[in-house]
Design a protein around this ligand. Sequence first.
Ligand code: NAP
Ligand code: MG
Length: 479
Amino acid sequence: MIETFKNFVGGQWKASKTGKTFENENPASKGSNLGFFQSSGADDIDEAIGEAEIAFRTWRRTTVAERQQYVSEFLRLLKESREELSRIVTLENGKTLRESRAEVDSALVEGNYHLTQVSAFYGHTGPGAARDITTWVQYEPLGLVSVISPWNFPMNVMCRKTLPALLTGNTVVFKPASFTPWSGIFMASLFERAGLPAGVFNCVTGLGSSIGNRIVEDPRVRAISFTGSTAVGKKIQAQAAANLTRTQLELGGKNALIVMADADLDATLDAAVTAGFSNAGQWCTSTSRILLQRPIAKSFLERLVARCEQMNVGDGLLDATHMGPVAGPQQYEDIRNAICRAQTDGAQMIAGGDARVSEDGYFIRPTVFTGVRCDMELFREEIFGPVLAISEFDSLDDALKAANDSIYGLSSAIYTSDLRAARKYIDGIEAGLAHVNVHTGYKEPSMPFGGVKQSGAGLPENSESGLEAFVNRKAVYLR
Ligand code: NAP
Ligand code: MG
């Protein structure tokens, strides 16, 4: 008996007015169906926006302490549901249970950060320049906010946007990615159980290509927080411009790891494997380019290939699995095609290939290419899979030039024991995140999370900016 999941709109579970549903496949098991989800249309979005707008009138008057209570209850339920939700994430996304648990834990850490930070956030008042005038900046909620999330972190990305939006008094219409609708619906059920007033959080499933426009273009929408591809991000930015709707865009990356000859090689290998192959490389801050200083290139690569060979690729629910399948058939085709084109372009595949993987799911082995030149697609385009592009360099200047030769600027890392090299890299790298002897995927909630160049626009997530993204600053002068 396959379950049918409904949308959560205005505090009620509702079937789409289209009468249509779509299936959710487990990528570790081709042809499976985890459930039917609503294939929503424009009318469903319209209704959700209407409900969120009505709910905003009351929600905006709640005190910060009241909103904290709801969010704190939500986080308590989230913690309680850690195992159940991790299983859902693994089933619909493919990542290993360990990775799914880490995703939930990260959402809990970030959620708790915003929960406490929001009290300090409202603390800005001061005496004015004129003695009898008092000034302050009053933070006011924007209204209803659209949240659109990708499938690679189906619950964490949604929390990182939704919780700060709610804590600052906004209401939310959320559209999960179509590969991973179940996690989104599950989160809606947690908000319901936390007693959140009707209409404050709404979740509508359906294809971005058909309903995306409606969530973006409606003038009642005051902000759009989107995480996904750069192509869709650009489209959203252009559409949002029509109403000057605020956007927070977290987009693609082509993150470089620079390895200097004086690096601790064991630590660097751990970083390459962790940031290269966690979540099957479908990670916006994953390492996808490795720039090796020539003297250590040979020994580094021998050891990297050995580490790849040791990895078990399989069903994420199994304990022995190090890396799960990629998220679905389209993703599988795209990555396989990129691998074929890299070979045609003349890069050498030193790890990877089809042998030793089951045909039951969308499995791709950890893949490493050497001899990658800056003009190759493999160096320039985001593959979003377990594929590492390796190039060699002589000086740090050369490495920085190559690392910055990209339209993207999300994350980056250098491994070195030379403080001067580290400092030069920090100042020279064009990226939102700069790591020294820390892998490219590492982040903390008190630090801004966002990219430069075509990796993002608008205020970064997390830190104070994660809250600021969802408020208007009203300048008050009181005599
Ligand atoms: P995507 O294709 O851009 O989709 C992201 C979301 O946008 C999905 O919910 C999708 O719905 C929806 N969508 C598609 N077309 C739309 C439209 N015209 N208008 C409005 N919404 C639309 O990206 P993805 O393949 O899911 O995710 C992978 C990408 O996300 C990679 O580029 C990765 O780097 C990026 N990412 C960035 C970050 C970051 O923080 N910078 C974090 C994670 C991922 P459907 O699923 O229904 O198509
Ligand atoms: Mg799925």
